[in-house]
Design a protein around this ligand. Structure first.
Ligand SMILES: *[C@@H]1O[C@H](CO)[C@@H](O)[C@H](O)[C@H]1NC(C)=O
Ligand SMILES: *[C@@H]1O[C@H](CO)[C@@H](O)[C@H](O)[C@H]1NC(C)=O
Ligand SMILES: *[C@@H]1O[C@H](CO)[C@@H](O)[C@H](O)[C@H]1NC(C)=O
Ligand SMILES: *[C@@H]1O[C@H](CO)[C@@H](O)[C@H](O)[C@H]1NC(C)=O
Ligand SMILES: *[C@@H]1O[C@H](CO)[C@@H](O)[C@H](O)[C@H]1NC(C)=O
Ligand SMILES: *[C@@H]1O[C@H](CO)[C@@H](O)[C@H](O)[C@H]1NC(C)=O
Ligand SMILES: *[C@@H]1O[C@H](CO)[C@@H](O)[C@H](O)[C@H]1NC(C)=O
Length: 615
């Protein structure tokens, strides 16, 4: 039986990925793994997990001057425990004044270090850090061990220099719930620091924007991201400096609650094929984050699916998380072509961050998405004027098809989407006349197969695209990406006492990004994870009482400064199997210590953990 619901069209899936030339140094770097690092002596031991267990998301550390001075400032030292849900820590921020920190606003690099310690039992929780109401970091937590877990992540925040150069408020939301009746006792001890690097001859001061305007709810006390659960989105009134010559929006976004696994959600057309008890979630798998200027589409984000540490099968992600879990990728839209509209003094102006799904009834997605951003503005010396000369934003092309066998014993669905966007403006700026353009070409395919009334699901998703912005012929932004994802999950025995569930996941993040501010970088992360969870009671309060989990990852990074970072790492059953790190940035983010390496069999396994991921 077939339900042909919309026109299927031919999508061009090959054009948009990073070019072979961009991938070559990543692949060559991974090939060139030094033999000396590979020769590890595994600890053949049955000892319990070494405490504290080092848990990590693989990341390339920021490039910093090799000589010269720097200073480190503790921004926040806070415990997120009972009462921290929707109650961010807020502290005053003042730019560092010590001589070792250099001239305020004239730094080579600003790096931030988020260090978290947790002991006990806890779900994965979402965190966000804001400086003067602009989000600068979206993170989540580990599911900690009973003997203590620590995770450190370092992030380059140099492009937020205008915010770091003036006093403001630093807010960190890490909404946690302590509930003894649910045995949730893991608090998060956070130390957040920033290191300011003084420029050197070889590593000059970073070029940043002049002004940063938050796109957030601006609340002085509550998390600043928009919690979006309608088709309207989060709206910010924006007044741009009248001499603006460039304006770029950086966007943070993540699905929460019924949208945490948006890429596995079922098209509404097929939800009724499943019994209600399976709990299949509708509104389909396609999600687009839109940026609108005065309600006119200015750009879109087709996000990479971050899987949190409690996601799909928690045992997959301890101690090696999915890429993005502790430092989520962000996305750029160039709104420079809209500067003439934003500077029109006849009316007030808004920038809207909107989420669009594929639900058949409003809202088009489930509750909810957390979205925020900031506009990075470079100014000139006189008022900018101009006009949009070409605006080509055809409607999203999306088709949904699917079918089932008699009795709906198996069901399949397929969603295909394509988006083109081309905007061009003529600007008259203090730097002269400029033709500026922003274009996007994006392709999406999601296929899903279901068995056992939906308790078993295979989902494959491909998201590829290229975003390019040019100012007077010069490329100022290019984002070429490919995010394949394949998830098999099996909840067949979920409803049985001593039942369980398991999954196998392949996820890749390939991205060549020339951001509008900061150096070019290319990243390839390839992960393969699989695991099983065994549970106790049913119905009633359940615990994961045992399980297995294994994750392997290769990671490659090269940037426009000639820096590189390569990692070949694997973890299994709460222990590190192997960890090799090489490349010029190795020393800033070295492998886990040898005493945490268990060898091929992995660690001692999982004993007491709590179920499926939620906020
Ligand atoms: C953080 O605060 C705790 C408790 O006040 C203190 O013991 C610890 O030294 C502080 N850590 C840092 C790095 O400031
Ligand atoms: C990050 O901060 C933690 C906690 O203060 C510290 O132990 C760690 O050494 C820091 N890492 C780096 C690279 O500075
Ligand atoms: C934005 O401006 C409109 C009127 O132009 C006003 O009604 C609205 O309250 C403003 N929103 C915020 C968040 O300030
Ligand atoms: C199969 O799906 C159809 C259409 O979605 C629905 O009407 C029907 O009740 C389902 N049959 C079974 C046996 O679940
Ligand atoms: C993941 O990739 C491995 C290796 O290519 C393959 O054997 C496995 O079937 C894949 N699993 C899923 C769920 O995609
Ligand atoms: C799902 O898990 C159950 C229980 O472990 C197993 O019997 C079954 O074969 C699995 N199904 C698939 C398709 O792997
Ligand atoms: C998990 O515990 C249950 C109940 O004690 C047991 O039947 C099952 O074999 C265990 N599974 C593993 C993988 O240890």
């Amino acid at each position: 039986m077939f339900y042909g619901l919309a026109l299927v069209f031919a999508a061009t899936l090959c054009a948009a990925q990073p070019s072979p030339e961009e991938l070559a140094p990543l692949l060559a770097g991974l090939e060139a793994q030094p033999a000396a690092i590979e020769r590890r002596v595994p600890l053949s031991t049955n000892d319990p997990t070494i405490a504290p267990l080092i848990d990590l998301q693989v990341f390339a550390p920021p490039a910093v001057p090799k000589q010269g001075t720097s200073c480190t400032v503790i921004l926040l030292n806070h415990t997120f425990g009972d009462g921290s849900f929707n109650a961010p820590a807020i502290v005053a921020y003042v730019p560092p004044t010590d001589a070792s920190c250099g001239e305020v606003g004239n730094w080579a690099t600003i790096s931030m270090n988020l260090s978290v310690y947790s002991i006990g039992t806890q779900y994965d929780r979402l965190g966000a850090i804001y400086l003067s109401h602009s989000e600068i970091w979206r993170t989540s937590s580990a599911e900690p061990t009973k003997t203590g877990t620590i995770w450190n992540t370092i992030k380059d925040v140099t492009h937020f220099t205008p915010l770091f150069a003036k006093p403001g408020d630093l807010m960190m939301d890490f909404s946690n719930i302590i509930a003894p009746d649910l045995l949730l006792d893991g608090v998060f001890d956070v130390i957040l620091s920033a290191t300011f690097y003084v420029p050197t001859e070889q590593f000059p001061a970073a070029i940043s924007s002049d002004t940063i305007i938050p796109l957030s709810n601006l609340s002085p006390t509550l998390p600043n991201f928009f919690t979006i659960s309608d088709d309207i989105g989060g709206i910010t009134n924006v007044t741009l400096p009248s001499s603006a010559v460039e304006a770029y929006i950086e966007i943070f976004c993540s699905g929460n609650s019924a949208e945490e696994f948006w890429y596995l959600n079922t098209p509404d057309e097929f939800v009724q094929d499943f019994p209600e008890s399976t709990g299949v979630i509708g509104k389909g798998s396609f999600r687009e984050i839109q940026v609108l200027v005065d309600d006119k589409l200015a750009g879109v984000v087709w996000p990479y699916a971050v899987i949190y540490t409690g996601g799909i099968t928690p045992s997959n992600w301890r101690p090696l998380t999915s890429y993005g879990a502790y430092d989520q990728p962000t996305y750029w839209v160039d709104v420079t072509p809209f500067i003439p509209i934003l500077l029109d003094e006849q009316t007030t102006h808004t920038v809207t961050l909107r989420v669009v799904g594929q639900g058949l009834t409003a809202p088009s997605f489930n509750s909810d998405w957390f979205v925020s951003g900031s506009i990075h503005v470079r100014t000139g010396t006189s008022k900018t004027t101009g006009k949009i000369t070409s605006y080509n934003a055809p409607a999203l092309k999306i088709s949904t098809t699917g079918g089932s066998t008699p009795g709906n014993t198996t069901v399949w669905t397929k969603v295909v989407a394509h988006r083109e966007l081309d905007i061009e403006s003529e600007l008259l700026t203090s730097e002269g006349k400029k033709t500026v353009s922003f274009s996007q070409s994006l392709d999406y395919v999601n296929t899903a197969q279901y068995a056992d009334a939906g308790w078993i699901q295979w989902g494959q998703q491909s998201t590829v695209g290229t975003t390019v912005a040019k100012h007077q012929g010069k490329q100022v932004l290019r984002d070429a990406f490919s995010y394949p994802l394949s998830v098999f999950s099996n909840y067949s025995l979920y409803e049985e006492q001593f039942g369980g569930y398991g999954s196998e996941i392949n996820q890749t993040h390939i991205r060549a990004l020339q951001p509008p501010i900061g150096p070019y970088r290319a990243i390839q992360s390839i992960q393969h994870a699989r695991g099983q969870i065994g549970m106790d009671d049913w119905p009633g309060l359940r615990h994961a009482i045992n399980g297995t989990g294994a994750t392997e990852q290769t990671f490659a990074y090269v940037d426009g400064r000639g820096e590189s970072y390569f990692r070949d790492v694997a973890a299994k059953n709460d222990g590190w199997v192997r960890d090799a790190v090489w490349g010029t940035l190795r020393d800033a983010n070295p492998p886990v210590p040898r005493n945490q390496i268990f060898g091929p069999g992995g660690g001692p396994g999982f004993r007491r953990m709590v179920g499926r991921g939620m906020r």
